[in-house]
Design a protein around this ligand. Structure first.
Ligand code: FEO
Ligand code: CA
Ligand code: CA
Ligand code: CA
Length: 674
């Protein structure tokens, strides 16, 4: 295929949309080919045997991890050097978020399904730890066929045991002191890496999302601590007595197991004799240089600690500061941005030391949180000790390092807007407008009597009714999610005000247009629970990926192509719930050629992670956890697996379902989406 460095913007989608489907098949639009090339367990070193996929495989820390998620492509020239224009060879940096599990055990990893009670055997824990983290894998096109390169020297695995540097305001902070790091400058590994991004200087950014779930605290830990760390732990998802997801802390007395128990067990005042502070080493945007296989992992604390998804830059402009946009994906959590102190220099686009460049931009700057207002405007509130109102007495911040480590608390203090689970964000390559998926929120209500964690509808999160195909009668929250976008005010990246609207409301095509299907989606366009979101720099297409559990009676998760307009191209809409009504701002309803379903995945999967070669002619997409609702008790009976993908697509041994990267090409060699 021809290579072009010029943009090939697509302004009208001409491919035939893919129908919703529930078969255990991956379907892509006619005229395109999609096939798996890199699945859980694939060997990443010369001489390692192929994955048997029966629970007996070894050396999992030298194989592809599980639950492929966010991902980016790093081009390599034929000579193996970084090259922004290479289209036949490159590195994929891949997040391996989690594992398919039931009652502690990642059952597909173990021959007999593993141990579902405590204590967990060390040998099982070691395998489960090893398939979390990141991978870097070389891919090449030879004679027209893409394949991953098992013996490439670039291949690398990062696991929860790989040492990482804490950088930025939290480096060396008291809150980071552990038995492993007496000076609070390092920690081990990265975990639950979900969304991703890539920097303008050629590195990979990975968001640590549901890391708190891997830790446990004793039922008497609050009293043992007796300090305000209890407030922070409760705010970050670990109340005393909570069990860990896999029970890894029971694998043995060795330090690598003990670290997952964050109870105060030592007597030192600073946490240097136990792992009470260990969880403060997780929850960051992690920077990796995929081109340098021996480089260290950097946890950029200035960007705040929360349940990170993607981290996406404003369009770099010489002499101006860069903004990094980020979401915190939990119900009722916030949207953030970081603004660099350093101004962008085009000379940094291809630096000799990429991680030093990362330190230049990502270790000093200002962190903000978003407030969305009813009039369609919004405000960025800076998170700093000086800004915390005197009226906020829940937690006392020692310094900016404390603000970064406990960014959620600082954002609470600043009155941030509680959102419907911010997932990925992406920046429109022409307008610079910032798009955020808000995947869903079962706690959203339109009510005068809220209970527990319920929150009322507001302009930016206006839906509370469940989608029941046309009849809106019961409130189960925002079931289908929406995609919000914002346009920065004066100063672009450094603006402290913005305007916003909702690009799309997820909905079933037949749902009530006044309360649910506000974007008038047709059956070629309808979707639920948007999660992955990525603009192709080449074509300008907005790719939307779903992680849904609401519409799965009708369709497996999917990927759609959108050609959005801009903030304000629709108008206001008022949703009347009876006792409560709310006015929102909905973008223009998409015409048939402006939003189309491009791909439907196999059963029980999430579609997530996306990148392209610079020419836009090869796309990589991740298929996460096909068959995830299979029961552990059925591990020996493949007929009971809810998916047998990718084996049933001709990829690899064994019938146990595997997360995998697929490669998509257009049969006529054109750009993806044309
Ligand atoms: Fe791992 Fe928020 O999805
Ligand atoms: Ca996600
Ligand atoms: Ca999700
Ligand atoms: Ca998932």
């Amino acid at each position: 295929p021809a290579t072009s460095s010029a943009n090939e913007r697509i302004t009208s989608l001409t491919f035939t949309p893919v129908a919703k489907a529930t078969a255990d098949v991956l379907t892509v639009a006619a005229g395109y080919t999609a096939r798996p090339i890199y699945a859980l367990g694939d060997p990443l070193a010369a001489g390692l045997p192929a994955f048997k996929n029966d629970g007996t495989d070894t050396n999992l820390d030298q194989r592809a991890g599980d639950h492929h998620d966010g991902m980016a492509f790093f081009p390599l020239s034929a000579a193996g050097l970084p090259s922004g224009t290479a289209n036949d060879r490159g590195l994929l940096a891949v997040n391996h978020e989690a594992t398919t599990d039931e009652t502690l055990s990642s059952f597909f990893l173990h021959a007999n399904g593993g141990t579902m009670t405590l204590p967990r055997p060390a040998a099982e824990v070691d395998k489960e730890v090893a398939i979390h983290g990141l991978s870097v894998v070389e891919v090449r096109r030879t004679n027209g066929q893409w394949a991953y390169q098992q013996a490439s020297n670039f291949n690398r695995r990062i696991t929860p045991l790989t040492e990482a540097d804490i950088t930025g305001p939290a480096r060396g902070h008291d809150l980071l002191v552990t038995k492993y790091s007496l000076d609070g400058t390092v920690t081990r590994g990265t975990i639950n890496n979900c969304g991703a991004g890539n920097s303008p200087w050629g590195t990979y950014l990975s968001g640590e999302e549901n890391w708190f779930g891997y830790f446990t605290r004793s039922s008497t830990d609050d009293a043992a601590r007796g300090d305000q760390s209890v407030v922070a732990l409760n705010r970050y998802g670990r109340t005393q007595g909570q069990a860990s997801r896999h029970g890894w802390e029971t694998g043995g007395v060795a330090d690598q197991y003990a670290r997952w128990n964050i109870s105060k067990t030592g007597s030192s005042p600073d946490g240097s004799d136990d792992y009470r502070n260990e969880m403060n080493g997780m929850g960051y945007v992690v920077e990796l240089d995929p081109y340098s296989p021996t480089s260290r992992l950097k946890k950029r604390s200035a960007l705040g600690r929360f349940a990170h998804e993607s981290a996406v830059f404003s369009l770099p402009k010489a002499g101006q500061k860069l903004a990094v946009y980020m979401g915190c994906d939990s119900r009722n959590e916030y949207i953030y941005k970081f603004v660099t102190d350093a101004t962008w220099s085009d000379a940094d686009a291809n630096p000799t030391d990429r991680l030093a460049t990362g330190a230049k931009y990502l270790d000093q700057g200002k962190l903000y949180v978003a407030v969305f207002k009813a009039d369609g405007t919004g405000e960025w509130k800076e998170l700093s000790v000086a800004n915390i109102p005197a009226s906020y007495t829940t937690y006392t911040f020692a310094d900016q390092g404390d603000v970064c480590v406990n960014a959620r608390l600082a954002a609470d203090a600043m009155g941030a807007t509680k959102m419907d689970r911010p997932e990925w964000c992406s920046v429109h390559p022409v307008t610079g407008e910032v798009y955020f998926t808000l995947t869903n929120n079962s706690n959203r209500r339109a009510s005068t009597t809220l209970t527990g964690s319920q929150v009322n509808v507001d302009a930016a999160n206006p839906r509370a009714y469940t989608d029941i195909k046309g009849a809106a009668t019961s409130q189960q929250g925002n079931v289908n999610g929406h995609i919000l976008r914002l346009k920065e005010g004066l100063g672009d990246s450094t603006a402290t005000t913005f305007t916003w609207d909702v690009y799309l409301f997820g909905a079933e095509a037949g749902a009530a247009p006044g309360l649910i299907n506000l974007s008038n989606l047709t059956s070629d366009q309808d979707f639920s629970s948007p999660d992955g979101l990525w603009f192709s720099p080449k074509t300008g297409i907005c790719w939307i990926q779903t992680d849904d559990g609401a519409y799965t009676d009708t369709t497996n998760c999917m990927m759609l192509a959108g050609i959005p307009g801009q903030v304000g191209d629709g108008g206001s809409k008022t949703l009347n719930y009876g006792t409560v009504s709310v006015t929102t701002y909905a973008g223009k309803a998409p015409a048939a050629d402006k939003l189309k379903r491009f791909l439907v995945g196999p059963k029980d999967c999430e579609i997530t992670g996306i990148c392209e070669t610079p020419d836009g002619r090869t796309m990589f997409v991740n298929i996460q956890h096909p068959g995830e609702s299979t029961k552990a008790a059925d591990v020996a009976d493949p007929s009971k697996y809810t998916s047998q993908w990718p084996a049933n697509a001709g990829y690899g041994a064994g019938l146990r379902p595997r997360s995998a990267t697929i490669v998509i090409t257009k049969n006529d060699g054109g750009v993806i989406g044309s």
